[in-house]
Design a protein around this ligand. Structure first.
Ligand code: AMP
Length: 465
């Protein structure tokens, strides 16, 4: 779970990249990094923490040059932060290369073992290093039917060899020399788009990162497409053909920003439709619909509209919460949710409320929210989830708990309802979810269906990120 961005041909490349990943902050808060090409070498700043607090004016002034790439990385428990921050930079047969990556390489352990046996040294525990380790081997391959532009002959066969060895989910950007290479895995698990502003070419995980620069969204990079940008222009290659697509449906449910355009659709439109569909599958009586902010807001709007019920902000979010260093005791953990959300008694007291959230994963957040609503005097609580039960861990780049930690694998619907303390609980059906996207065959919904588009047997160990 990460966000990536790239800028080509702009004297303020690193500042642009900084703004872009600031708008992608929701895709990762653990670490941030920017690399620029200063005309001779790659300059890099990588820090633990969030974009605004961690990257200084001095950092940006050192990141000179017309080309830059940047990354935000998702927070996972027990990780020290900057260790696995990106961009990762290495000396390779192409010179110094910087890479950023969103996704998860599922044959990481096998490939790393193979390369280590050949003497390749690894510095990090992140699968992203594989891009550079494979390039380092110097091997080349060009799939049949792909013809390479003379400008790209010196490096593209090595990159295509690298991508051909990787199995799993990746959207990536590589910077070397005065050049950017971008691409998506053939399944297209994670989004990646191209934008432009005058003569500047931009790349970003989500289109909201073009809006922040008042740039134009140009188009999405297609699944399996590799794009090269240099001073001579843009060239596209489609080396990987014939695979089914498997774009991540959870990007619509929770992960992407509602104002972004990804996978051929507006996230807002799909997310609101999830709420509408949830409402069509429901007939519980209530006085008011309230969202769990922020992720429940858009589906709750759809739900309330569809059912003709009033929509109110029954929970108010404090937007200044950062990382909390509160001790992990049970009592203090319970208080932590109060740092973020507080009950709005004006709309809650004595009411029968429908509470809408985007997803239920471990169930612990909902339990605390329900407790808070009861203390605020609600009469009945009907919890409605705008996605189906999460039953499968993600091996393609979303950080979900292990199978055992997923509450839907431990209890049935009634037991979950009792556990979180509600009068009733209902999820969106899997069939209903699929109806909300325009081409259901092109999506991965393994977290809800346990149908994994790529065999995950090769995931020897759940990656320790
Ligand atoms: P819980 O059921 O306590 O695990 O919390 C679920 C809530 O966390 C959902 O309503 C989402 O808003 C949010 N959420 C869902 N998936 C993730 C994820 N992979 N990482 C962080 N938060 C998530």
């Amino acid at each position: 779970m990460c966000g990536i961005a790239g800028v080509f041909n702009n004297p303020n490349a690193s500042q642009y990249a900084f703004l872009q990943i600031y708008s992608l902050q929701h895709r990762g808060q653990e670490s941030v990094g920017i690399s620029s090409w200063d005309g001779e070498r790659v300059r890099t700043v990588r820090r633990a923490g969030r974009v605004l607090e961690s990257i200084s004016r001095e950092d940006l002034s050192q990141l000179s040059g017309n080309v830059a790439i940047a990354h935000v990385r998702y927070s996972t428990a027990g990780d020290s932060g900057a260790t696995n921050a990106q961009p990762i930079v290495k000396e390779t047969p192409l010179g110094e290369v910087a890479v950023v990556h969103n996704g998860n390489i599922i044959n990481y352990v096998n490939l790393r073992t193979e390369l280590e046996e050949k003497g390749v040294e690894f510095r990090y525990s992140s699968d992203t290093e594989l891009f550079l380790a494979l390039l380092e081997s110097g091997e080349e391959s060009v799939p049949e039917g792909v013809s390479i532009h003379p400008r790209d002959e010196g490096f593209l066969p090595k990159i295509l060899y690298t991508l051909g060895r990787l199995k799993g989910a990746y959207s990536f950007l590589m910077m070397f020399g005065n050049r950017l290479v971008a691409g998506r895995d053939p399944y297209g698990f994670r989004p990646l788009s191209i934008g432009r502003k005058g003569k500047t070419i931009l790349f970003a995980s989500e289109s909201c990162a073009f809006d922040i620069l008042e740039a134009e969204f140009w188009r999405e990079i297609a699944p399996g497409e590799v794009v090269v940008v240099d001073e001579a222009g843009i060239r596209s290659y489609y080396p990987f053909k014939g695979t089914r697509r498997a774009m991540c449906i959870f990007e619509f449910v929770y992960f992407s920003r509602p104002d972004s355009f990804i996978f051929g659709e507006w996230v807002y439109t799909v997310r609101k439709e999830l709420g509408r569909q949830l409402a069509r599958e429901d007939d519980v009586e209530a006085d008011v619909v309230i969202p769990v902010p922020d992720s429940g807001v858009v589906p709750a709007l759809g739900y309330a509209e569809e059912r003709g019920l009033p929509f109110e902000m029954g929970l108010i979010r404090n937007h200044y919460v950062g990382r909390s260093f509160i001790e992990p005791t049970q009592e203090l953990r319970n208080l932590r949710v109060l740092m973020k959300l507080s009950p709005n008694r004006a709309v809650l007291e004595g009411k029968r409320v429908i509470v809408i959230d985007d997803s239920l994963v471990r169930g612990t957040t909902s339990k605390r929210i329900v407790n808070m609503l009861k203390r605020a005097g609600v009469r009945e609580i009907h919890m409605r989830i705008a996605s189906p039960p999460v039953v499968g861990p993600c091996y393609y780049g979303i950080d979900t708990p292990t199978r055992e930690e997923l509450i839907a694998n431990q209890m049935d619907l009634e037991e979950i309802g009792k556990f979180i303390g509600v009068d009733s609980l209902k999820y969106l059906s899997l069939e209903g979810l699929k109806r909300c996207v325009s081409d259901r065959e092109n999506f991965c919904d393994a977290c809800f269906s346990n149908e994994y588009p790529i065999d995950v047997n090769e995931v020897a160990i759940k990656r320790n990120r």
